[in-house]
Design a protein around this ligand. Sequence first.
Ligand SMILES: C[S@@+](CC[C@H](N)C(=O)[O-])C[C@H]1O[C@@H](n2cnc3c(N)ncnc32)[C@H](O)[C@@H]1O
Length: 227
Amino acid sequence: MQASSRSIVSNQSGPHDDLPRRVGRALTHPLQKPVAEHTREAFTAAARWRNALGESPLILDAGCGVGLSTRRLAKQFPDHAVMGVDRSADRLSREHGPLPANALLVRADLVDFWRLALADGWQPARHYLLYPNPYPKASQLKMRWQAHPVFPAILALGGRFELRSNWRLYVEEFALAITQATGAAVDAARYEPEDDYLTPFEAKYHHSGHALWRLTVTLPHRPQLLP
Ligand SMILES: C[S@@+](CC[C@H](N)C(=O)[O-])C[C@H]1O[C@@H](n2cnc3c(N)ncnc32)[C@H](O)[C@@H]1O
């Protein structure tokens, strides 16, 4: 199959100069944004669903889009509770087949959801961030998760974290930010999905001939990373 997704164009040739300062700030200045009521309600319902599944280890699929990856991960890990979270009601409502009993799609803003999960003591066994919007212009740095004030909460949850992107620099910046925040050494490596796509964006980018990149790292649960 052919696809024609445009390659990432950026005016950045290397990691953004301001990334270390932004990560440092996120590690020392509490995020002041109040949690939105709709995400609090969504979180409460998600926590209830999780409790009903008993002791199953948790997999978070952050920014799951239409939830294809959530469905696939649920089949791949039948003894885990797999939760896909996305803020787009439109994407979440698209028909992609029945949800396995161990999967849940949640409409919520991750900036709030991650913090609520951490505050409630959640410790995902696995945590996926698959093809987040890359925001490739240098001026868009603050929109990237690695430069966002919520970044420490993503890492503090712990578990095996996996990021995939078709923009190498995004993954490299994320790796640098993890190392700065935790001291863990992380590498961005090229990834070849071999027609076994986890998400629609992965399929689209691969069919368009883009190189795909990913990082994986296993982190301890460390709520004290939050300022
Ligand atoms: C490029 S899409 C990738 C979707 C899917 N992971 C895939 O690979 O096909 C990025 C997704 O992140 C979601 N997203 C971005 N910011 C978000 C936020 N603050 N809270 C929840 N979802 C968010 C968007 O709604 C979108 O569905």
